[in-house]
Design a binder for this molecule. Structure first.
Ligand SMILES: Nc1ncnc2c1ncn2[C@@H]1O[C@H](COP(=O)(O)OP(=O)(O)OP(=O)(O)O)[C@@H](O)[C@H]1O
Ligand SMILES: [Mg+2]
Length: 187
């Protein structure tokens, strides 16, 4: 099921400073890195499915890359792999969409249209980050709200029109899982 995110701007308990402490935001301390060539969109979808199998509630996955790099394509395959069988539109205009899936909620954010990083708090990230898996397109628009322990996936154009390069970096919580990914386990 697809639900648009609540806006918390008028929530009386909303306290950005306390939220920042609770979400343990900070600079990513990279513990593990992988680089992969994705020859076509099916390869991107397969990578998304493997990472979806490794993801747990509380994970934040930042999706970086230029316009058209494949961030939404990755997120769509991730959500499908976790049991989403409905449409997965780009959250370019809604900024946040919630998928209540059998394995737990998945939030899909697109920060591209944020005017200020602080607006990210109004999308419900304080509830989304601890409880579900959060996929975030254009995380650079609100770098300061990202948890220090997160997964970063950077997609870039490969040598052919439909090829992409994925660079994957994870914090301490992802080190063992990225080893499993690199070794082909967890798929
Ligand atoms: N290997 C690939 N991986 C992902 N997408 C691919 C690949 N090859 C071709 N594509 C195409 O590239 C486009 C990627 O679009 P997508 O909306 O996912 O980009 P985006 O990174 O989310 O862009 P935006 O910043 O505008 O949100 C799609 O049309 C998709 O079909
Ligand atoms: Mg997109």
């Amino acid at each position: 099921m697809l639900i648009h995110a609540p806006h918390l701007i008028n929530c009386p308990r909303y306290d950005p400073r306390a939220a920042r402490l609770r979400l343990r935001t900070g600079v990513l301390k990279t513990q593990a890195m992988i680089a992969l060539d994705l020859p076509d969109e099916a390869a991107t979808a397969a990578l998304a499915a493997r990472i979806a199998a490794l993801a747990q509630p509380g994970d934040v996955i930042a999706l970086r890359g230029e316009l058209g790099a494949g961030k939404t394509a990755f997120a769509r395959a991730f959500i499908r792999a976790r049991g989403g069988d409905g449409p997965v539109p780009s959250p370019t205009f809604t900024l946040a969409q919630l998928y209540e899936l059998p394995a737990g909620p998945v939030w899909h954010f697109d920060f591209y249209r944020l005017k200020r990083p602080e607006e990210a708090w109004e999308l419900g990230i304080e509830e989304a980050f601890p409880d579900g898996v959060a996929l975030i397109e254009w995380p650079e628009r609100a770098e300061a709200v990202l948890p220090a322990d997160r997964l970063e996936i950077t997609l870039s154009q490969g040598p052919a029109a439909n090829s992409r390069r994925a660079e994957i970096a994870g914090g301490p919580g992802w080190a063992a899982r990225l080893t499993a990914l690199a070794e082909g386990r967890g798929s």
